[in-house]
Design a protein around this ligand. Sequence first.
Ligand code: SF4
Ligand code: SF4
Length: 172
Amino acid sequence: MIEIISQDGIERWECAYKECKALCCEPPLITIGSIKRISDATGLKPEEFIHLSEDKPGLFRLKTREHDGKCRFLNNDYSCELHKIDKQPLFCRMLPFRFDGIAYGDEIILRLKAIEGCPGYGRGDSFDDNVKAEIEKWSARFVRELENYVRLKHEGLSFNKIFNKNWCQTER
Ligand code: SF4
Ligand code: SF4
Protein backbone atom coordinates (compact mmCIF):
# COMPACT_ATOMS: atom_id res chain seq x y z
CA MET A 1 0.00 0.00 0.00
CA ILE A 2 1.16 3.53 -0.69
CA GLU A 3 0.44 6.70 1.22
CA ILE A 4 1.45 10.05 -0.27
CA ILE A 5 1.54 12.95 2.13
CA SER A 6 1.78 16.69 1.40
CA GLN A 7 0.82 16.32 -2.27
CA ASP A 8 -1.89 18.98 -2.15
CA GLY A 9 -1.05 22.01 -4.23
CA ILE A 10 1.27 20.18 -6.63
CA GLU A 11 -0.51 20.74 -9.92
CA ARG A 12 2.48 20.69 -12.26
CA TRP A 13 5.99 19.35 -12.05
CA GLU A 14 9.12 19.24 -14.16
CA CYS A 15 12.52 18.22 -12.86
CA ALA A 16 14.92 21.21 -12.82
CA TYR A 17 17.97 19.27 -11.65
CA LYS A 18 20.52 21.71 -13.03
CA GLU A 19 18.91 24.60 -11.21
CA CYS A 20 18.73 22.83 -7.84
CA LYS A 21 22.01 20.93 -8.40
CA ALA A 22 20.17 17.65 -7.88
CA LEU A 23 18.91 18.65 -4.46
CA CYS A 24 17.09 15.35 -3.87
CA CYS A 25 19.88 13.01 -5.05
CA GLU A 26 20.93 11.80 -1.65
CA PRO A 27 21.78 8.08 -1.92
CA PRO A 28 18.38 6.32 -1.95
CA LEU A 29 17.33 3.01 -0.42
CA ILE A 30 16.99 0.36 -3.09
CA THR A 31 15.41 -3.06 -3.47
CA ILE A 32 17.03 -6.30 -4.56
CA GLY A 33 15.38 -5.98 -7.98
CA SER A 34 16.92 -2.54 -8.53
CA ILE A 35 20.31 -3.90 -7.45
CA LYS A 36 20.00 -6.70 -9.97
CA ARG A 37 18.88 -4.44 -12.82
CA ILE A 38 21.71 -1.97 -12.18
CA SER A 39 24.29 -4.72 -11.90
CA ASP A 40 23.15 -6.40 -15.12
CA ALA A 41 23.15 -3.12 -17.05
CA THR A 42 26.44 -1.68 -15.77
CA GLY A 43 28.52 -4.78 -15.05
CA LEU A 44 29.14 -3.49 -11.51
CA LYS A 45 29.09 -5.92 -8.59
CA PRO A 46 26.57 -5.02 -5.83
CA GLU A 47 29.35 -4.18 -3.38
CA GLU A 48 30.64 -1.56 -5.81
CA PHE A 49 27.50 0.54 -5.56
CA ILE A 50 25.56 -0.43 -2.40
CA HIS A 51 26.36 -1.04 1.24
CA LEU A 52 25.84 -4.76 1.68
CA SER A 53 24.34 -4.52 5.16
CA GLU A 54 20.61 -3.82 5.09
CA ASP A 55 19.73 -0.26 6.05
CA LYS A 56 16.13 -1.34 6.75
CA PRO A 57 14.71 -4.86 6.38
CA GLY A 58 15.01 -5.71 2.68
CA LEU A 59 16.47 -2.35 1.69
CA PHE A 60 20.03 -1.33 0.85
CA ARG A 61 21.62 2.12 0.64
CA LEU A 62 23.35 3.25 -2.54
CA LYS A 63 26.90 4.45 -1.96
CA THR A 64 27.90 8.09 -2.16
CA ARG A 65 30.32 9.81 -4.48
CA GLU A 66 33.37 10.86 -2.52
CA HIS A 67 33.58 14.61 -2.92
CA ASP A 68 30.12 15.68 -1.77
CA GLY A 69 28.17 12.75 -0.34
CA LYS A 70 25.64 12.71 -3.18
CA CYS A 71 24.55 9.48 -4.89
CA ARG A 72 27.43 7.73 -6.65
CA PHE A 73 25.49 7.69 -9.94
CA LEU A 74 25.15 11.47 -10.06
CA ASN A 75 27.29 13.00 -12.81
CA ASN A 76 29.18 16.27 -12.43
CA ASP A 77 26.62 18.03 -14.65
CA TYR A 78 23.91 16.83 -12.18
CA SER A 79 22.43 14.34 -14.63
CA CYS A 80 21.86 10.73 -13.53
CA GLU A 81 24.00 7.98 -15.03
CA LEU A 82 21.24 5.41 -14.47
CA HIS A 83 18.48 7.56 -15.91
CA LYS A 84 20.32 7.56 -19.25
CA ILE A 85 19.96 3.78 -19.46
CA ASP A 86 16.51 3.66 -17.86
CA LYS A 87 17.76 1.75 -14.82
CA GLN A 88 17.23 4.25 -12.03
CA PRO A 89 16.14 2.70 -8.71
CA LEU A 90 12.42 2.47 -8.01
CA PHE A 91 12.49 5.35 -5.54
CA CYS A 92 13.93 7.59 -8.23
CA ARG A 93 10.96 6.71 -10.45
CA MET A 94 8.56 8.05 -7.84
CA LEU A 95 9.50 11.67 -8.40
CA PRO A 96 8.24 14.24 -7.62
CA PHE A 97 8.03 12.50 -4.25
CA ARG A 98 10.64 11.13 -1.95
CA PHE A 99 10.73 8.35 0.57
CA ASP A 100 9.33 9.22 3.99
CA GLY A 101 9.17 5.85 5.71
CA ILE A 102 7.89 2.31 5.75
CA ALA A 103 5.55 0.67 8.21
CA TYR A 104 6.11 -3.09 8.45
CA GLY A 105 3.01 -4.99 9.54
CA ASP A 106 0.42 -7.35 8.05
CA GLU A 107 0.72 -5.10 5.04
CA ILE A 108 3.78 -2.99 4.14
CA ILE A 109 2.87 0.68 3.88
CA LEU A 110 5.17 2.91 1.86
CA ARG A 111 5.04 6.61 2.69
CA LEU A 112 6.10 9.27 0.18
CA LYS A 113 6.24 13.01 0.66
CA ALA A 114 6.82 16.16 -1.37
CA ILE A 115 10.43 17.34 -1.69
CA GLU A 116 11.08 20.43 0.35
CA GLY A 117 12.59 23.15 -1.81
CA CYS A 118 12.05 21.39 -5.15
CA PRO A 119 12.05 24.16 -7.78
CA GLY A 120 10.20 21.93 -10.27
CA TYR A 121 6.80 22.23 -8.59
CA GLY A 122 4.44 24.46 -10.55
CA ARG A 123 6.27 23.91 -13.85
CA GLY A 124 5.89 21.54 -16.78
CA ASP A 125 3.13 19.04 -17.39
CA SER A 126 0.03 18.56 -15.27
CA PHE A 127 0.44 16.33 -12.30
CA ASP A 128 -2.61 14.32 -13.29
CA ASP A 129 -4.07 10.86 -12.71
CA ASN A 130 -1.70 9.30 -15.27
CA VAL A 131 1.34 10.48 -13.33
CA LYS A 132 -0.21 9.27 -10.09
CA ALA A 133 -0.96 5.87 -11.67
CA GLU A 134 2.68 5.61 -12.75
CA ILE A 135 3.87 6.33 -9.21
CA GLU A 136 1.41 3.75 -7.86
CA LYS A 137 2.82 1.20 -10.31
CA TRP A 138 6.43 1.73 -9.20
CA SER A 139 5.39 1.79 -5.55
CA ALA A 140 3.59 -1.55 -5.91
CA ARG A 141 6.72 -3.01 -7.54
CA PHE A 142 8.83 -1.64 -4.70
CA VAL A 143 6.64 -3.24 -2.02
CA ARG A 144 6.52 -6.54 -3.95
CA GLU A 145 10.30 -6.75 -4.22
CA LEU A 146 10.71 -5.79 -0.58
CA GLU A 147 8.23 -8.45 0.57
CA ASN A 148 9.89 -11.11 -1.61
CA TYR A 149 13.32 -10.32 -0.22
CA VAL A 150 12.16 -10.32 3.42
CA ARG A 151 10.33 -13.62 2.92
CA LEU A 152 13.31 -15.35 1.29
CA LYS A 153 15.65 -14.00 3.97
CA HIS A 154 13.38 -15.46 6.65
CA GLU A 155 13.57 -18.79 4.80
CA GLY A 156 17.32 -18.67 5.35
CA LEU A 157 18.58 -17.62 1.92
CA SER A 158 21.70 -15.47 1.73
CA PHE A 159 21.93 -12.18 -0.17
CA ASN A 160 23.82 -13.91 -3.02
CA LYS A 161 21.24 -16.66 -3.36
CA ILE A 162 18.38 -14.16 -3.47
CA PHE A 163 20.33 -11.91 -5.85
CA ASN A 164 20.75 -14.79 -8.29
CA LYS A 165 17.12 -15.85 -8.30
CA ASN A 166 15.31 -15.31 -11.60
CA TRP A 167 12.49 -13.16 -10.22
CA CYS A 168 14.95 -10.32 -9.72
CA GLN A 169 15.46 -10.06 -13.46
CA THR A 170 11.96 -10.34 -14.82
CA GLU A 171 11.05 -6.64 -14.70
CA ARG A 172 13.20 -3.70 -15.63
S1 SF4 B 1 12.86 16.48 -8.33
FE1 SF4 B 1 13.05 18.63 -7.69
S2 SF4 B 1 14.64 18.61 -6.10
FE2 SF4 B 1 14.84 16.70 -7.23
S3 SF4 B 1 16.40 17.09 -8.82
FE3 SF4 B 1 14.34 17.48 -9.73
S4 SF4 B 1 14.00 19.66 -9.43
FE4 SF4 B 1 15.66 19.09 -8.04
S1 SF4 C 1 20.12 7.02 -8.95
FE1 SF4 C 1 20.10 8.87 -10.19
S2 SF4 C 1 18.15 9.88 -9.72
FE2 SF4 C 1 18.53 8.36 -8.13
S3 SF4 C 1 19.56 9.49 -6.48
FE3 SF4 C 1 21.14 8.59 -7.78
S4 SF4 C 1 21.67 10.19 -9.27
FE4 SF4 C 1 19.70 10.74 -8.34
